[in-house]
Design a protein around this ligand. Structure first.
Ligand SMILES: Nc1ncnc2c1ncn2[C@@H]1O[C@H](COP(=O)(O)OP(=O)(O)OP(=O)(O)O)[C@@H](O)[C@H]1O
Ligand SMILES: [Mg+2]
Length: 204
């Protein structure tokens, strides 16, 4: 994963979160999300894969900062941000007092900075189409400032991230690079939007 932005695609249960969590653990992040200094655990469910991964770093490119964002446990991360009294680094308002999407956009706007390693698991879970486009703009700025992103996503909009490498995990567990036009969420969304009735006809 040497590209500035690597997007992990694949069906539900294909292993994206397991992989991104293992990278996070190997990189020293809290398995439940947050920065490398977060050290809370509500329930240890991480796989042991992280202990078997060796991360290869470009010499002289140790991340200056970073964040592991997992949509499913951001509530607990928000509680930790409040407990540590560091809301100032997140836009000044506790994530608990913002909407789900607002709190994500606060995070990327205020806490993310140059030269960072950012591991994001389905950030689109909180975001509107506009929010996804705002995230793409912020990613472009941070990449220009030397940051690296690994993002698990089902979003055709995030898969359009310029210059990104898309790795798709197939049904057999194989990981293949694919183009934007080949990526499954793009193919399926295009087919659905071209003729919703064809898909929905089976429901009635
Ligand atoms: N704590 C766990 N213990 C055992 N198996 C697990 C655990 N968490 C997930 N799995 C299994 O590992 C497989 C991969 O799960 P994973 O969460 O990585 O998928 P995913 O690609 O992120 O899916 P989704 O798109 O639904 O988020 C699934 O079959 C899942 O049931
Ligand atoms: Mg997942």
């Amino acid at each position: 994963m040497s590209a500035p932005v690597t997007l992990l695609s694949g069906d539900n249960g294909s292993g994206k979160s397991t992989l991104i969590e293992a990278i996070a653990v190997a990189a020293g992040f809290n398995p439940e999300g947050g920065t490398t200094s977060f050290n809370f655990a509500t329930r240890a469910t991480e796989s042991s894969l992280g202990g078997h991964l060796t991360l290869v770093r470009t010499p002289g490119r140790k991340p200056r900062t970073g964040f592991f964002l997992r949509a499913e446990s951001y509530y607990n991360v928000a509680t930790e941000i409040e407990r540590l009294g560091v809301t100032g680094s997140y836009g000044g308002v506790s994530p608990h007092q913002r909407s789900h999407g607002e709190s994500f956009l606060d995070l990327v706007a205020h806490r993310f900075g140059p030269g960072g390693l950012y591991l994001l698991d389905e950030p689109e879970a909180a975001l509107s189409v506009q929010g996804c486009l705002a995230l793409l703009l912020r990613i472009a700025d941070l990449v220009a400032d030397g940051s690296q992103f690994v993002i698990a996503t089902h979003s055709p909009i995030l898969l359009a991230c310029p210059g990104a490498t898309i790795l798709e995990i197939g049904p057999g567990g194989g990981i293949e690079p694919v183009s934007f036009d080949q990526a499954e969420p793009v193919v399926m969304t295009r087919a659905f939007l071209a003729d919703p009735a064809r898909f929905l006809g089976r429901l009635t």
